[in-house]
Design a protein around this ligand. Structure first.
Ligand SMILES: NC(=O)c1ccc[n+]([C@@H]2O[C@H](COP(=O)([O-])OP(=O)(O)OC[C@H]3O[C@@H](n4cnc5c(N)ncnc54)[C@H](OP(=O)(O)O)[C@@H]3O)[C@@H](O)[C@H]2O)c1
Length: 281
């Protein structure tokens, strides 16, 4: 039995289709508010899961910058509540972190052996979540994801979804070209989690689609795949000021999985193409 938190989110929307053989308890706010230890413990007691797949988080990076208590309550103390429930039950825990823990310079690609130095409140809280999981549990997996892609027309409010929408009625779109990262198709991500948790190689892993790019390159690829006549214009991030600072590079490679010979993630262009096909179905 796997208990899933944040199951209604972008990543959560792939869990049912991937973990088909497992018994699942799919939960989300408000019936499972991870900020409330009493609720976390009562649902953990009810389902007695072998694993908690902890997907719940406040993922709005700019909101976290403005609502600091909310960010730490959800993304750090919420993780502590789930980790304590796992400790209580002897259950395994899967926690999702972010490449935003790094303060990289343009062109830098981070491995699991690089030291984090998060620049914004969201990433600081997510990093604190990592430390809490590692301090409280032995049987855990921490997967750092990159720029998440997924959800389809109903749920995708992120970059790819926005570009697809803009392509419908614009001739030119300005896109930032000085911030680098690693796209992560949520379906590939969940499928890979399933494979890795079967190995019992507990620990911290980077789990992104292979390759590094900037947002401008992703937008160009979307236009190419959709075969639309839209010009993508590269601009500096100064053009779109945001409340939360972002590092020039949060790109990662799945170095530990490469070393173990079990890196299941496809290249990012391949992943984007698969996602757009899913979108157009
Ligand atoms: N999205 C990304 O680009 C990205 C990148 C790297 C890592 N991650 C991590 O990946 C994991 C999954 O993210 P996602 O992309 O699936 O995010 P998402 O689409 O925002 O889903 C998160 C889910 O958690 C729910 N939630 C928020 N606060 C909660 C609480 N207190 N208790 C229980 N549920 C709560 C959300 O509900 P509401 O929608 O009602 O708030 C939502 O259904 C998170 O740990 C996130 O930090 C995401």
């Amino acid at each position: 039995m796997i208990l899933v938190t944040g199951a209604n989110g972008m990543v959560g929307s792939y869990v049912k289709g991937v973990f088909v053989e497992e018994r699942l308890a799919l939960t989300d706010i408000p019936e499972m508010d991870v900020c409330r230890k009493d609720l976390v413990f009562s649902l953990a007691e009810k389902y007695k899961p072998d694993m908690i797949l902890h997907l719940a988080a406040e993922t709005n990076v700019d909101r976290c910058e403005k609502e600091i208590d909310h960010a730490y309550r959800t993304n750090a103390l919420g993780v502590q509540n789930v980790a304590l429930a796992c400790q209580h039950l002897g259950a395994e825990m899967v926690y999702i972190s972010t490449g935003g823990v790094f303060d990289g310079k343009a062109g830098q690609v981070h491995t699991e052996f690089d030291l984090p130095n998060p620049l914004n409140v969201y990433s600081k809280a997510k990093y604190e979540g990592e430390r809490l999981v590692a301090a409280l549990l032995n049987k855990y997996y921490i997967f750092r994801a990159g720029w998440m892609i997924g959800g389809g027309p109903a749920k995708d409010k992120k970059f790819v979804g926005k570009i697809i929408e803009l392509c419908k009625n614009r001739k030119e779109i300005e896109v930032v070209s000085d911030k680098f990262g690693s796209p992560t198709f949520a379906q590939d991500f969940v499928k890979s989690i399933k494979k890795i948790v079967h190995t019992k190689n507990y620990g911290l892993y980077h789990l992104v689609n292979t390759g590094v790019c900037n947002r401008y390159e992703i937008a160009q690829e979307i236009v190419k795949l959709l075969k639309v006549d839209v010009k993508i214009k590269p601009v500096s991030s100064d053009r779109f000021p945001l409340p939360a600072p972002r590092s020039a590079s949060e790109a990662m490679r799945n170095y530990k999985l490469d070393l173990l010979g079990i890196n299941p993630m496809p290249e990012w262009r391949q992943a984007l193409s698969a996602y757009l096909k899913e979108w157009q179905k």
